[in-house]
Each structure stands twice: as structure tokens, then as C-alpha cells.
Design a protein around this ligand. Structure first.
Ligand code: BEZ
Length: 240
């Protein structure tokens, strides 16, 4: 008897700095071509394990309630699970009609939720972690910039709901870094001091330590910060 090996479908893992893998998909808001439909916008593409599950429900309600705030930073939300479209529709209707969580109720999810029964998109984006579950996605988050480049990837296991303030903070930090050519230190929030690019020469390092570069505070030549007021940050990155 000849045994024919069935090839295992590939699980790819895009990396930070890679172009966002493209796909077309049916969603609760109609078909989308990704990422071309989102040219010029930041996108948070995120997966969840399954419809009609409690952690996912709490996440969708939270994300939906923050959608306007993300939009103010030119950021669109796109969800995905390996459930089908009718399950998605039924779940989102149930959320709106029946679920109350942390004072949120009557929540309408108006961002697209991708159906991915074939797992094609989940596999392309490395959203399936077989060690955790080979038939459902984990909680993956991809922050994609207006040129469709992946800028941040965060994974959470199925049991842990995401922190959506942190996702908004990451978007603001990326946009601030791009606009002002700075980096943001631990726990940075708009209004906190920012880190200037490292000194590229011995001369610059010396000038900085001698206090020649006005406005910089240097703990050492490689660790210099400057003030960046919140109003300047918001004026640059907040669109409405
Ligand atoms: C949930 O969303 O509640 C959930 C989904 C999959 C595994 C565990 C929890």
C-alpha cells in the first residue's frame, strides 16, 4: 500500500517591517481587499478565537466603544475569527441586543469582522498557534501603517483579554515617533519626555554632555530626552 503524505498547510509569521500580507475576504461590512482598501490609514488587524465566547465579547464591546477614538488617530479596526459570516452576524446582534459589560450596553460593532473559515488569512498572519489551539486563532494584534507596513505585533493567549488603552497608546507612540523623529520610553504617554535619536558621532556625544544642545537632558551621551508637550503631539497626530 502506498501512503501519500498530505502536505501540512504552511503557517507563516509576518514580522515587524514586512509588508502586510494581502487578501480578499467577506466581512460583516461587505467584502474587503486588504490592505489596499486602507491605503493612507493606520489599521489594527486583530484576531479572536471564536464568536459567542465571553472574553471575545468583552473585547469587541470595548473596541467598538473606542472606535471613534481610534478613528481620531486615522486608525481603522478590522477583526477576524475562523467562524463564518452568519455566526459573526448573529453574535454581533446578540452583543447589541443582550450583553452589558462595564456599563457598556446596546453596543453596535460597525467595524468589519472577517470570516475566515478556511483559515487562509489566519495562517498568512500567523494567528494560529497550534501549541495553544490548532483550530482557532489566538488574540493577535497587527498595527499596520498607512504604507501597509506592519509596525507592531502583539500576541495574547486565548484566556487573556487585551488592554485596549495600550493598543491606542502604541498607535500614538508610533505616530509620534514618525512625526517627530523620536523614540518613546517605557510607559510613555503624550506629554511625557521623549528620547532623541542616539548621538551619531563623538562630537555630538561630547556636545550633548557639555550641555551644548539646548533643550536636551542627558543622563549619559546615549540617553538624552527632550520635552514634547502634549498639545504639540495631539496637534500633529490627532485628526479630529
Ligand atoms: C473567550 O473568549 O472567552 C475564550 C475563547 C477561547 C478560549 C478561552 C476563552
Amino acid at each position: 500500500m502506498t501512503v501519500v503524505d498530505t502536505p501540512t498547510p504552511a503557517f507563516t509569521m509576518p514580522r515587524i517591517g514586512d509588508p502586510a500580507p494581502s487578501f480578499t475576504a467577506a466581512t460583516t461590512q461587505g467584502d474587503i481587499n486588504f490592505p489596499s482598501d486602507y491605503a493612507g490609514k493606520w489599521v489594527i488587524l486583530f484576531s479572536h478565537p471564536a464568536d459567542f465566547t465571553p472574553v471575545c465579547t468583552s473585547e469587541f464591546m470595548t473596541f467598538a466603544s473606542m472606535q471613534e477614538e481610534f478613528a481620531a488617530y486615522n486608525t481603522e479596526l478590522v477583526g477576524l475569527s475562523v467562524d463564518g459570516l452568519y455566526s459573526h452576524i448573529a453574535w454581533l446582534r446578540t452583543i447589541k441586543d443582550k450583553i452589558e459589560f462595564k456599563g457598556m450596553r446596546d453596543v453596535e460593532v460597525t467595524f468589519p469582522l472577517i470570516e475566515d473559515i478556511s483559515m487562509e488569512v489566519a495562517r498568512k498572519y500567523g494567528m494560529i498557534m497550534p501549541g495553544e489551539d490548532s483550530t482557532k486563532a489566538v488574540r493577535a494584534v497587527f498595527v499596520i501603517d498607512p504604507k501597509a507596513v506592519i509596525r507592531t505585533i502583539i500576541y495574547y493567549p486565548q484566556s487573556t483579554g487585551r488592554n485596549f488603552d495600550e493598543l491606542l497608546r502604541v498607535v500614538k507612540a508610533l505616530q509620534t515617533a514618525d512625526h517627530f523623529d523620536v523614540a518613546t520610553p517605557a510607559d510613555w504617554r503624550p506629554g511625557d519626555r521623549v528620547i532623541v535619536p542616539p548621538a551619531g558621532s563623538c562630537g555630538t556625544a561630547k556636545d550633548r554632555m557639555d550641555g551644548e544642545d539646548e533643550g536636551l537632558e542627558c543622563a549619559d551621551w546615549f540617553f538624552c530626552t527632550k520635552d514634547l508637550p502634549e498639545v504639540e503631539v495631539e496637534a500633529a497626530i490627532r485628526h479630529r
